[in-house]
Write a protein that binds this ligand. Structure first.
Ligand code: FES
Ligand SMILES: [Fe+2]
Length: 396
């Protein structure tokens, strides 16, 4: 529950530009938390695959015989080459390493080794691809590179099950060409900070404000998840694209959604980096990974229903237009946020109650990586060592 005395200053500036912290975040957050890969419809045929590259980890998901989907490290057991070179595609019969041609079955087991006799007494029985944890939630595929005490996706996102089921997301498919990727000169947490509050909507996002700015609401971040609701304004919109969009959506309810959902954009967030946006005509998603302490890759896409009507398609085109503007506006704010912490005049944030989501997200980070509580970067210790000391102290 909010009271007037909560901590309003945000994370200290050094946490947005420390290379040592980036390494720690890569390990504790990105390797040990579920990461989105793709929608199940992207793996239609046996042998179809999609890869994921994140914080020096490489993985892929693949459709096996019997319609099972499995996930593996994209790492050959011979000398560590990628076994799959492309971002997506279909393997015929087997996965063949492009380096020396070792081949693997779709279940990861080793299938063939060229010139096998040249390996002496080598025991090949344990030379299958290394599996990754995988979980599918309402058609979305997630993997995890390292085990951790983060719960399974079905538990983490359980509170959204009922609401998401109205959208029949497992029957959707990606919109051709909707996948986008941008590289930002910013720390990844600046992306989250901008995204975790709606206070800036009025000033920074004219189209969004015209759509739902009247009573946009960020609910408190709860056990690693968040929900925000933008219900369309009651007064008429002024911008032609927003007006036209609302006109179509408000005169249709393709999915027979409950009243609130049929007139709202609803966002679910999952710590540390995944956001799903439920719109009456489509679903959008986006997420980001750090490339370094000051470079971030942001990527996203759109899911649609098969056989959509012409009107629904126009609505999707119009919401896409609004979203493209919003993303550009946000990316500028994100870049400025990371620039800010380098300034000699930067002295922390001053958060309003409307930015409580930023604070609660930071609290979650503080719990997992307590070293971010320090006002300056510890330089006499390895950051990792220092963090472990703080964690041990907390447990005693
Ligand atoms: S590294 Fe894969 S076959 Fe040699
Ligand atoms: Fe924004």
């Amino acid at each position: 529950m909010k009271n007037n005395s909560w901590r309003r200053n945000g994370l200290p500036g050094w946490t947005y530009q420390s290379d040592a912290l980036f390494q720690l975040e890569a390990e504790e957050l990105f390797r040990k938390h579920w990461q989105f890969v793709c929608h199940i419809s992207e793996l239609n045929e046996v042998g179809s695959y999609k890869t994921i590259d994140i914080v020096n980890e490489r993985g892929f998901v693949i459709k096996c015989e019997k319609n099972e989907i499995r996930a593996f490290h994209n790492l050959c057991m011979h000398r560590g080459s990628r076994v799959i070179a492309e971002r997506e595609g279909i393997c015929k019969r087997a996965i063949v390493c492009p380096f020396h041609g070792w081949s693997y079955n779709f279940d990861g087991s080793l299938r063939g080794v060229p010139n096998k006799d040249s390996f002496g007494e080598t025991d090949f029985s344990e030379m299958g691809l290394r599996p990754l944890e995988i979980e599918i939630w309402h058609g979305l595929i997630f993997v995890r590179f390292k085990k951790s005490n983060q719960k399974n996706i079905s538990e983490i996102l359980k509170r959204f099950d009922c609401e998401i089921s109205h959208y029949k997301m497992e029957n959707m498919e990606p919109v051709d060409g909707s996948n986008w990727t941008d590289i930002l000169d910013a720390n990844w947490k600046s992306v989250r900070d901008v995204d975790n509050e709606g206070y800036h909507v009025r000033q920074a996002h004219p189209s969004l404000f015209d759509l739902y700015g009247q009573d946009y609401n960020d609910e408190p971040f709860f056990e690693g998840t968040s929900r925000s609701v933008g219900t369309f304004n009651t007064k008429p919109s002024k911008k032609w694209s927003v007006k036209r969009y609302r006109n179509i959506v408000e005169n249709n309810n393709w999915l027979k959604l409950p009243k609130l959902q049929s007139r709202s954009w609803i966002y679910f967030g999952m710590f540390p980096n995944f956001v799903l946006g439920l719109y009456p005509e489509c679903i959008i998603y986006y997420y980001e990974y750090p490339l370094s302490s000051t470079k971030t890759i942001q990527t996203g896409g759109v899911l649609k229903h098969r056989g959509e009507s012409r009107e629904k398609k126009i609505a999707r085109y119009l919401s896409g237009r609004i979203d493209r503007d919003t993303a550009k506006e946000d990316q500028m704010l994100v870049k400025w946020s990371t620039e800010a912490v380098k300034s000699s005049a930067f002295n922390g944030f001053c958060l309003s109650d409307l930015e409580y989501g930023v604070k609660t997200y930071h609290d979650h980070l503080r719990k997992i990586i307590p070293v971010v509580n320090l006002n300056s970067e510890p330089i006499d210790y390895s950051l990792n060592e220092f963090n472990n000391k703080l964690l041990a102290k907390k447990e005693n």
